[in-house]
Design a protein around this ligand. Structure first.
Ligand code: ATR
Length: 268
């Protein structure tokens, strides 16, 4: 049977095996999907061993996305722009690297009925998570994307790397304008905190936190208190990026809806 796995460290709580197993059942694909906790200094070796055992493809999560980027013989445009790889495909001794995070975010936003065309978007954060979503968001023809980061210089660097007249960069304390959609791509939520921006910036906006939780995430809780019109967490992005990986490997596109519903029900 064809073998797939997700590489990470730590990885035991990953939902990817459950997601891909449901996709495989739904689309009648004969495949197995496991987890591999590679040692922090042993990612490349672990991938080599997996390929040797007949592995066909893999997902890559923290902290190995940059190492997967370096390891790939060939990169998709999305991976090149993100400078990170979350999807590997192995074929005849060659390693192909892709990044489906940005496509996953856009797919989930569309599924949730969020309008991206002509939207004024505020993207918080300028790390790996933000880097990977700029090009897919720009391809939806928003009115503008304002990238704001705690360290202003990193936001400016992201804007330089993605030349577009629609892109604006600043620190968190000098964001001007009004926004239809505010996306939290900072890792602040993981530490239980919220990027310090002015509350009126999220009032009446759709707020999307890339992380997800059984209860409302800290950023989304704060956004609701500031009058956000709607808050969405990143569970849908997780399932949609997985669906993009699955489509790359198997050539079929699974239905994400029942999988999202199942995971949400399990979490509550
Ligand atoms: P990731 O790959 O998850 O994006 P990263 O590359 O380490 O991780 O980037 C983390 C992002 O979250 C950065 O934009 C970081 O801001 P700095 O560049 O100023 O470090 C942002 N971040 C982390 N904690 C934050 C906090 N408490 N408030 C605001 N931004 C925060």
């Amino acid at each position: 049977m064809d073998q797939y796995a997700v590489f990470g460290n730590p990885i035991s709580h990953s939902k990817s095996p459950a997601i891909h197993t449901m996709f495989a059942k739904q689309t009648q694909q004969a495949m197995e999907y496991g987890v591999i906790e590679a040692p922090l200094d042993g990612f490349e070796k672990a991938v080599g061993e997996f390929i040797h055992r007949g592995g066909q493809g893999a997902n890559v999560t923290l902290p190995f996305k940059q190492q997967a980027f370096a390891l790939a013989d060939q990169l998709s445009e999305a991976a090149r722009l993100a400078e990170a790889v979350n999807t590997l495909s192995f074929n005849k001794g060659r390693i192909y690297g892709d990044n489906t995070d940005g496509k996953g975010l856009v797919a989930d936003l569309k599924l949730q009925g969020v309008t991206l065309t002509d939207a004024r978007i505020l993207l918080l954060g300028a790390g790996g998570a933000a880097r990977g979503v700029i090009a897919p968001l720009l391809s939806e023809l928003p009115a503008s994307i304002h990238v704001a980061n705690r360290t202003e210089q990193r936001a400016v660097e992201l804007a330089v790397q993605n030349p577009s007249s629609k892109l604006v960069a600043s620190g968190l304390d000098n964001i001007e304008g009004e926004f239809d959609l505010v996306i939290n791509a900072s890792s602040a939520s993981l530490a239980g905190s919220v990027p310090s921006i002015r509350g009126p910036l999220v009032a009446d906006a759709v707020c999307y936190d890339m992380v997800y939780a059984a209860t409302v995430t800290p950023f989304n809780l704060w956004a609701r208190q500031q009058g956000a019109s709607r808050t969405i967490d990143g569970l849908g992005m997780l399932v949609c990026q997985a669906a993009e990986s699955f489509a790359i490997w198997r050539g079929v596109r699974p239905d994400v809806n029942p999988v999202m519903q199942f995971l949400r029900a399990q979490m509550t």
